[in-house]
Design a protein around this ligand. Structure first.
Ligand SMILES: [Zn+2]
Length: 203
């Protein structure tokens, strides 16, 4: 099922084909939302819901994700998401919140919820044949992308501000990412990421 129709800019609503652009709107730099073929998804899924019910990860939602086949079987790329929820009785009582639920996202492979988006990004990068994935990060997002990339042998480059916590930088290096320390803040690292993507075709 080709469920992804393309992208739509969150600022100007301009639509693009799925191979036309990669990350932001060329006109105004707006973030791109994924446009799904909702009608086709409705027809194929029906009221019974999602077909992949025995998948204990975010990939149970594959029909709704912009990826045809995540690949990476038996690797952490396939293990992100589907984390447990708890309703801890003592904390509920202490806070006076009878309907308190806590979702334990530390169960994700690199211990943060950023693994969800990173798993999808890496799977998408592999699908479109991107040689390198790149991000700017001061911490968990970079670690997640580096970890998901390492799981499937995808090359990752992370731009991090020089002041990022050393433990986080170490985590990136352990996952085998190429780390570029930037003299500046996160926004400077982000700008360099965009420039590098344009210059080298990185995803
Ligand atoms: Zn736009």
């Amino acid at each position: 099922m080709n469920k992804m129709l393309g992208y739509r800019c969150s600022l100007c609503s301009q639509e693009y084909g799925s191979n036309e652009v990669q990350y932001t709107c060329p006109k105004d730099g707006g973030n791109l939302d994924i446009v799904l073929d909702i009608e086709a998804i409705h027809k194929s899924l029906g009221p019974a819901g999602l077909p992949i019910v025995d998948e204990s990860s975010l990939w149970r939602y594959l029909p709704l994700l912009p990826v045809q086949d995540p690949g990476g079987l038996d690797t952490p790329l396939r293990a992100a998401g589907w984390t447990p929820v708890f309703s801890p009785p003592r904390l509920k009582q202490e806070l006076g919140l009878p309907n308190l639920w806590i979702k334990d996202e530390s169960r994700n492979p690199t211990a943060s919820f950023k693994d969800r988006a990173s798993a999808v990004v890496v799977a998408r990068a592999r699908q479109i044949g991107a040689e390198v994935v790149v991000t700017a990060s001061t911490g968990n997002a970079g670690a997640a992308l580096a970890g998901m990339a390492a799981a499937v042998g995808q090359k990752a480059v992370i731009f991090a501000p020089r002041a990022a916590p050393p433990a986080k930088i170490a985590q990136l290096l352990i996952f085998g990412a190429q780390v570029i320390l930037v003299d500046g803040v996160y926004d400077d690292a982000f700008d360099l990421t965009i420039l590098a993507s344009q210059e080298f075709g990185w995803y």
